[in-house]
Design a protein around this ligand. Structure first.
Ligand code: NAD
Length: 412
């Protein structure tokens, strides 16, 4: 259900707590919510972390829904007081904070966008859920499957609050159309797929101290760059069953890998190759799926619209079927806005949003298995990495030659 009650947004930006930053996420009781929590009013949204993705994607998406009467942006938080002041001034956000707990207590947002570095995602998501807010957390979701499972236990059991991961490439008209075609078996069974995130990052990119390290970046291109394409592949093809992988450190002076390749078998029987790199001068993000009666291709870099998709029918495919496959409908590009619309609709319906819970965990589980396979030279099966497995709590799994040495940890 959509509502359109107008809410006024103060033009004055206040900075409530600049003098009293703290990093404690101590609230323990989830606040109770009425059964239809957002009926007749705007959803109150707050942004945590006011850097590049917050300014470039979250703020515009929230502002678009604010203009439609759906949301009201009530506050922003950053440990950098100047950054949050600038963000609030640029975006007309009324309340700026450097303390997340204080913001949660004073503003009581319904929805929190988490746009901070990955190592902070777990604690900040938990703090927001415990304060009764739904969460939209940037990728990569959290550093490990153990962290993901810990977050999931903090979600509400009925009608939220839930924590959803930003996987904007799943959204928009192209992905929706192809997902439906594959799910309906319209083009026959999917048989073989290629999933490629072959990007280029130079030495200056890796000169930034937190990059290239497990502790601070979370992983190499499999985790930080290829996650979007792998997530979309899984969204289109459904559950995977086994993976065999290799990883290399071929160009950059990093702890993590700078390239990986993987062979993935899906429960459907389909096979896929996956390549993630940051050393490929001709950059592309690409998915190709050969079904029995057509090949589907998506070729883009950081986002797609209908024109980035191509469906090539087998020679004997019926003409009227081909016309339906190639009709993507009105163009809705993949974007933060497309996902946020979906999330807000789920909030209003009190339903678990897409890209949350088990549906938000799939790519992290595949990536964890990819690293385990690459570093231990074994085939890893879906579901086998759980408590007690070293890869459950660290993506490097403590593997010799890949895990940071004590000296590296001390200087990270
Ligand atoms: N979905 C996408 O396509 C996409 C694209 C780029 C980045 N990202 C993800 O977005 C996240 C942020 O990336 P970015 O490029 O915006 O980084 P950034 O460095 O530009 O911004 C991060 C901000 O978080 C702030 N911050 C740090 N610690 C904080 C704390 N404890 N509390 C509040 N704020 C804190 C920093 O001061 C900074 O302003 C990362 O997880 C990244 O992977 C996603």
């Amino acid at each position: 259900m959509r509502t359109s009650r107008d809410a006024t947004t103060s033009k004055t930006t206040e900075h409530e707590d600049i003098e009293h930053p703290s990093n404690q996420y101590e609230s323990t009781e989830r606040e109770s919510r009425p059964p239809v929590p957002f009926e007749g009013r705007r959803i109150k949204a707050a942004v945590i972390g006011t850097g590049a993705i917050a300014s470039g994607s979250h703020l515009p998406a929230l502002a678009a829904l604010a203009a439609e009467g759906e949301v009201e942006i009530v506050a922003a938080v950053d440990i950098d007081a100047e950054a949050v002041k600038r963000f609030c001034a640029d975006g007309g956000v009324p309340h700026g904070y450097t303390d997340l707990d204080r913001m949660l207590a004073e503003q009581r947002p319904d929805l929190v966008s988490i746009c901070t570095p990955p190592t902070l995602h777990r604690d900040q998501t938990v703090a927001a859920l415990r304060a009764g807010a739904w969460v939209w957390c940037e990728k990569p979701p959290v550093p490990t499957l153990a962290d993901f499972d810990a977050v999931e236990t903090e979600e509400g059991t009925e009608s939220g609050p839930y924590a959803s991961i930003v996987f904007q490439h799943r959204f928009g008209s192209g992905a929706r159309h192809v997902r439906r075609l594959i799910a309906d078996g319209a083009m026959g069974r999917p048989l073989v797929a290629h999933c490629q995130t072959t990007w280029y990052r130079n030495a200056a990119y890796y000169a930034v101290p937190w990059r290239g390290k497990w502790e601070t970046e979370g992983g190499g291109p499999a985790m930080g760059h290829g996650i979007h394409q792998m997530d979309l592949l899984l969204d289109l093809l459904g559950p995977w069953s086994e993976v065999r992988a290799m990883a290399g450190r071929l160009v950059h002076d990093v702890q993590t890998e700078d390239v990986s390749t993987a062979l993935v078998r899906f429960e459907s029987g389909a096979l896929a190759t996956v390549v993630n790199s940051v050393l490929s001068p001709d950059e592309v993000s690409r998915i190709r799926i050969d079904c029995e009666h057509a090949t589907v291709e998506l070729t883009h870099l950081y986002g797609h619209s209908n024109e980035n998709w191509r469906i090539t029918p087998a020679p004997d495919a019926p003409v009227e079927d081909v016309a339906a496959w190639q009709d993507f409908g009105p163009d809705v590009p993949s974007s933060h806005l497309a996902q946020l619309r979906d999330l807000v609709a789920s909030m209003r319906a009190g339903e678990r949003p897409r890209s949350s819970g088990a549906d938000g965990r799939t790519s992290l589980e595949l990536i964890t298995a990819l690293y385990k396979s690459a570093f231990t030279d074994v085939t890893v099966r879906a579901g086998e990495i759980g408590p007690g497995d070293p890869y459950y709590t660290a993506l490097h799994g403590g593997a010799p030659g890949w895990a940071p040495t004590t000296h590296e940890e001390a200087s990270a």
